[in-house]
Design a protein around this ligand. Structure first.
Ligand code: SF4
Length: 225
């Protein structure tokens, strides 16, 4: 049987700065590839998958700046890297790019077998294929240039919905989405885009009005990855 491999832009240990797991020591696996094209995306270097950009695992781990280079690793390779690098965290965040472009089930199951908990962060525009236990954070990207629609299956699989906002329109888009997919009980986090003062004030006000929670990207305030 063919071993499943994943195209990885970055693999590092840090503190989760967003949503329910804020403050949790975590190993981040950033997958390469995303066609959603959000104008304010802060990981545009993960968008393209160019075969010429494949590099070795050690070069990927030793990157000193953001780049669109990626390395291809199997689940066993990933577990080996975690041990070699001496990472201590037991929570793994699979992000991107858009990680749901690929089947994440083998990755989640392989990591869970070794005692790790898994979380994915996805735009909700692809069918989500993970283990049952995997925590799914859907950050719905509405009306982006890539033209992808938010899938109802993704909205209903979400353990939390984390929505980036800067304007009232973004809040209205989220409310319309929750109505359209009849989402009532899932915890909602609002995340001000780019730590802007106006966006933060809007997010605080809207969270109070709707009994939602604020997610402020703690890692950006701390100046860590
Ligand atoms: S879905 Fe995420 S990675 Fe893709 S463009 Fe939007 S913010 Fe960037």
């Amino acid at each position: 049987m063919k071993t499943t491999c994943y195209k990885i832009n970055e693999l590092f240990e840090t503190i989760q700065g967003e949503g329910s797991f804020t403050g949790q020591p975590s190993i981040f696996i950033r997958l390469q590839g995303c066609p959603v094209a959000c104008s304010w995306c802060d990981t545009k270097h993960t968008w393209a998958i160019n075969l010429d950009d494949q590099i070795s695992t050690s070069n990927m781990l030793n990157k000193t700046q953001e780049s669109d280079h990626w390395s291809e690793l199997s689940v066993d390779d990933i577990l080996q890297v975690i041990i070699q690098e001496g990472y201590q965290a037991k929570h793994i965040v699979i992000t991107g790019g858009e990680p749901a472009m690929v089947d994440l089930t083998p990755l989640c199951l392989g990591l869970e077998e070794q005692g790790y908990s898994c979380q994915i962060e996805t735009s909700g525009t692809f069918e989500i294929l993970t283990s049952k236990k995997c925590w799914v954070t859907v950050s719905p990207k509405v009306n982006m240039k890539g033209g992808y629609k938010i899938l109802s299956s993704a909205m209903h699989r979400a353990n939390e919905i984390k929505h980036p906002i800067a304007t009232e329109q973004h809040v209205d888009d989220l409310k319309a989405l929750l109505d359209e997919h009849q989402i009532v009980d899932t915890q909602v986090y609002l995340q001000p885009i780019s730590q802007k003062k106006r966006a933060t004030e809007l997010a605080i006000r809207t969270c109070i009005e709707n009994d939602w929670r604020l997610s402020v990207q703690v890692h950006k305030y701390l100046g860590i990855e």
